[in-house]
Design a protein around this ligand. Structure first.
Ligand code: BG6
Length: 505
């Protein structure tokens, strides 16, 4: 077991201003991550957390609520002294973007707090709000000068949660709006997939090992499958989900993060500009499909009543806040191609869905079959396939699947697996995955955040699917039973190319 990390430096003093401080995201992820950073002694020496509420709340009430959330969602036993140290930094302030005067007052409060706590004026504004509030809040922060950064003065940063837009046009409009107020280096568009160790490890696997690069291309790779299957249904998120659907919720962000890391060209340097440019480049190279092609190269499904383990899952359309007769997809599978030399002719199959029998996130790279069937005793199609599988959930690790001789007097061949599991090698404290991201925002490293151009490239690639599905309405929407593997069409999408999804489970 190894635990060899270079020591991390503490971020510079700053204030951490949270919009949406009473919400689920703050309680579930932001505060538990700040707690883990506090426990690792990785919060700034001078630090204050300003929780913005629209209706006002006392400091004590806000601290109590955050502490309750921390006990519920902490990834490790809560040490009271650490929690107290963190919560002591929290101040509640009332502000509502519909009331500009409240933002002028916020500025004054913030300046006083900064003076009292000696934070030096560095500010991080964290928008943990519904997406409709991103632009109005940013506008007010801009108008009052709270985001203004001057050369060699304190830094000012804005963290924006997903979803970043609901289609290409709205993502562009939001980027434009933000870029009127801030420069790109001040904006941190979060995708929590980039906080996952295994996702970050894709870069290391590819670019810290010389052996993969020579075979990482169309000459050796048959196709790539990206799967993000979830067991959970839509639960209490009916209103958000019904307006969003599986494609918008997962593909242009999380699945495309996986795709871009697997498919990008080797960056010349490990810095934010270079790495993000390569990621944007490969997303921009995804072939834009016509609506007819998009229909042919996609499958969408919606779950019906079923059982997952002990849980009874009701029909999607009977979920609270879902419109009766809704045609929103809870499952999406797409076939994409990338127009560049490395990937010409190599299909990328992507699938994601809710209420499936298994929770699994993985990237499976399927290598081409051996060119010549010299083992006459074994039909080539019985040879097991060569896969390199990067597993993100439920186990984090890498598996190589290859053929081997079955011991015995005759030649018989069987597929076996060589497995690397993170937990077998490294001692890792359970974490939310947000710690790295929040820490990076505080030290000003935006390598793990999405840049405007990649967000737009992602939406551009999925826009034909959104348009085609909207026009098609109920036509082509397949039903699948909760707890199953998803709609049958997802198999057909693959099978008609003479290929198949890797069996999960
Ligand atoms: C979120 C989606 O961004 O990601 C959810 O809005 C989804 O619908 C979640 O369940 C999946 O994240 P993870 O880390 O569990 O794969």
């Amino acid at each position: 077991m190894t635990d060899a990390h270079p020591p991390q430096k503490k971020p510079e003093s700053c204030s951490f201003v949270i919009f949406g401080v009473t919400g689920d995201l703050t309680h579930r992820l932001v505060i538990p991550s700040l707690y883990n950073l506090a426990a690792a002694n990785l919060l700034p020496d001078k630090f204050c957390v300003v929780g913005i509420t629209r209706k006002g709340m006392s400091n004590d009430a806000l601290r109590d609520s955050l502490l309750k959330g921390l006990h519920q969602y902490a990834t490790r036993p809560v040490d009271d002294a650490v929690a107290e140290r963190l919560l002591e930094c929290v101040t509640s302030v009332e502000a509502d973007p519909r009331d500009p005067a409240s933002f002028d007052a916020l500025r004054e409060r913030l300046e006083k707090l900064e003076a009292n706590r000696a934070t030096g004026g560095n500010r991080l504004f964290y928008l943990a709000t519904p997406p409709t509030a991103f632009a109005p809040i940013s506008r007010e922060l801009g108008r009052t000068g709270m985001l203004k950064e001057e050369e060699s003065g304190p830094w000012r940063r804005l963290v924006v949660e997903k979803p970043f837009g609901t289609d290409l046009a709205s993502a562009k409009a939001l980027n434009e709006e933000l870029l009127k107020i801030l420069t790109e280096h001040q904006i941190y568009r979060i995708d929590h997939y980039l906080g996952k160790e295994t996702v970050q490890n894709i870069l290391v696997l590819r670019f810290a090992n010389g052996m993969f690069e020579p075979i990482w291309n169309r000459n050796h790779i048959d196709h790539i499958q990206i799967t993000v299957d979830e067991k959970l249904g839509v639960g209490h998120r009916g209103s958000f989900y019904d307006a969003t659907g599986a494609l918008r919720d997962m593909v242009p962000n999380h699945l495309f993060q996986l795709l871009s890391l697997v498919a990008m060209e080797p960056p010349a340097r490990f810095d934010a500009h270079t790495v993000r440019s390569e990621k944007a480049e490969v997303l921009a190279a995804i072939q834009t499909q016509s609506e007819a092609e998009a229909l042919k190269n996609s499958v969408r499904g919606q779950y019906t009543r079923g059982r997952i383990g002990d849980a009874e899952i009701s029909d999607y359309v009977e979920t609270e806040d879902v419109r009766p007769g809704s045609t929103t997809e809870t499952y999406a599978a797409l076939k994409l191609t990338i127009d560049n030399w490395r990937w010409a002719g190599v299909p990328f199959y992507l699938r994601t869905g809710k209420a499936l029998g298994i929770k699994r996130t993985e990237v499976a790279i399927k290598f081409k079959q051996a060119p010549f069937a010299m083992f006459s005793c074994t039909a080539v199609d019985r040879l097991s396939q060569n896969y390199l599988v990067i597993s993100v959930e439920p186990t984090e690790g890498i598996t190589l699947q290859f053929n081997t001789k079955v011991p015995g007097p005759t030649i018989a061949i069987d597929g076996v697996e060589m497995k690397f599991r993170y937990k077998d090698y490294f001692k890792v404290e359970p974490a939310t995955g947000y710690e790295t991201l929040i820490y990076d925002c505080m030290i000003g490293d935006n390598i793990l955040f999405q840049r405007a151009d990649s967000v737009e490239a992602g939406w551009r690639a999925v826009q034909p699917f959104l348009d085609a599905w909207k026009k098609a309405g109920a036509a082509g929407l397949e039903k699948y039973q909760a707890g199953s593997e998803g709609p049958d069409g997802a198999e057909d999408l693959f099978r008609r190319d003479g290929r198949g999804w890797r069996k999960l489970g």
